[in-house]
Design a protein around this ligand. Structure first.
Ligand SMILES: *Cc1c(COP(=O)(O)O)cnc(C)c1O
Length: 356
């Protein structure tokens, strides 16, 4: 195809590649960190009481009902909460709003692979900081001049949690930057690991969360940021300059309804944590190196360097893992924690594979 003259004006991007969503419902799907337990019965009740006349109208641009439900749940004010279409939308908005410096933003070299994509698309200079040999974050790397910092905690795909004091140290030494802590998996970590309680203390801290993992609602697309009210205002200003109606009526309604069902939520998270401990031990006894997980997935490497092979063979048997063919992690598998019976099948598959 000949090069067209308009081509030079196009914003070419190298897109993020989401995990595969196979159509076959019978596969054991452990590749995108979804929660295997269904949605809260409260949500089903809310869905049954939809006011269909409201579908005709534009939704509430402030998503007040959802923002208030979240604010109440976390003992914050609505001015401290911003909602978006999944945390990807919220993080993208944060990049757009807060990362506008000539200095590079910083994030780990092995991390959520969407960060470099937003940076490239929005032309934000960035620098990645290599994780240590054991895949932990070296906080010294973040004590240098920068245009902003984004760290997922627990990190993905490593599943490793960074302790709160370390994040405090990063915050104390970065008063001139916005620091985003992406807590997509924090509900699976030990209680007290979140830095949410620091937002009153640090007006440069943004905590981002999602309904997609711990709340078992990846299909609803809800994410949220919590921060000092000024930061939330700047985020909303950018949102209204881009798309005022990000949250649709069903998400506002259903997203608000599940917050009250804390018991259901905590039970499902507890089950996943218990399965994770059992599964990690099983993997270890099969010779895998398993990083200590604070998430709803494990990052594990087989004894004999066959991760890619296992990934391919598992898929043929209807078991989907995530595999990244990238330096340093190309002999690891990221395995989402499913239900007990699913994880038992995974162990059986691995035993078969390893004895072949
Ligand atoms: C899954 C994930 C997200 C995005 O989740 P949404 O479904 O867009 O809410 C963001 N950050 C990390 C680290 C994730 O793993």
């Amino acid at each position: 195809m000949s090069d067209r003259l308009w081509k030079k004006n196009i914003r070419f991007v190298e897109p993020y590649t989401p995990g595969e969503q196979p159509e076959d419902k019978n596969v054991i799907k452990l590749n995108t960190n979804e929660n295997p337990y269904g949605v809260s019965p409260e949500m089903i009740k809310a869905a049954e009481s939809f006011d269909y006349d409201l579908f005709r109208r534009y939704p509430d641009p402030t998503a007040k009902e959802l923002v208030s439900a979240l604010a109440d749940y976390y003992n914050l004010k609505p001015e401290n909460v911003f909602v978006g279409v999944g945390s990807d939308d919220v993080l993208g908005m944060c990049f757009m709003t807060f990362f506008n410096s000539d200095k590079p933003i910083l994030f780990p070299d092995i991390t959520y692979s969407f960060y470099p994509v937003w940076a490239e698309m929005l032309r934000i200079p960035y620098e990645t900081k290599a994780l240590k040999e054991d895949f932990t974050i070296d906080i010294k790397d973040y004590l240098v001049p920068n245009g902003g910092i984004v760290i997922p905690n627990p990190n993905a795909p490593t599943s490793i949690l960074l302790d709160k004091n370390s994040i405090r140290e990063i915050l104390d030494n970065n008063k001139a930057s916005i620091v985003i802590i992406d807590e997509a998996y924090i509900d699976f970590a030990e209680e007290g690991s979140s830095v949410l309680d620091l937002i009153g203390e640090y007006d440069n801290l943004i905590v981002v969360r999602t309904y997609s993992k711990s709340r078992s609602l990846a299909g609803l697309r809800i994410g949220y940021a919590m921060a000092d009210s000024r930061l939330i205002k700047y985020l909303n200003d950018v949102k209204y300059s881009y798309n005022s109606y990000t949250m649709n009526y069903p998400s506002i309604k259903l997203g608000s309804s599940v917050i009250s069902d804390d018991e259901y939520f905590k039970t499902s998270v507890g089950k996943i944590k218990a399965t994770r401990e059992w599964f990690s031990k099983e993997l270890t006894s099969l010779g895998f190196t398993v990083l200590e997980s604070s998430a709803n997935f494990v990052f594990a490497s087989p004894a004999d360097g066959t991760a890619e092979n296992i990934f391919e063979e598992a898929k043929k048997s209807g078991i989907y893992f995530r595999y990244f063919k990238s330096p340093r992690i190309d002999d690891y598998l990221r395995i989402t924690i499913g239900k007990d019976d699913e994880m038992k099948k995974v162990i059986e598959f691995l035993k078969d594979f390893l004895t072949k």
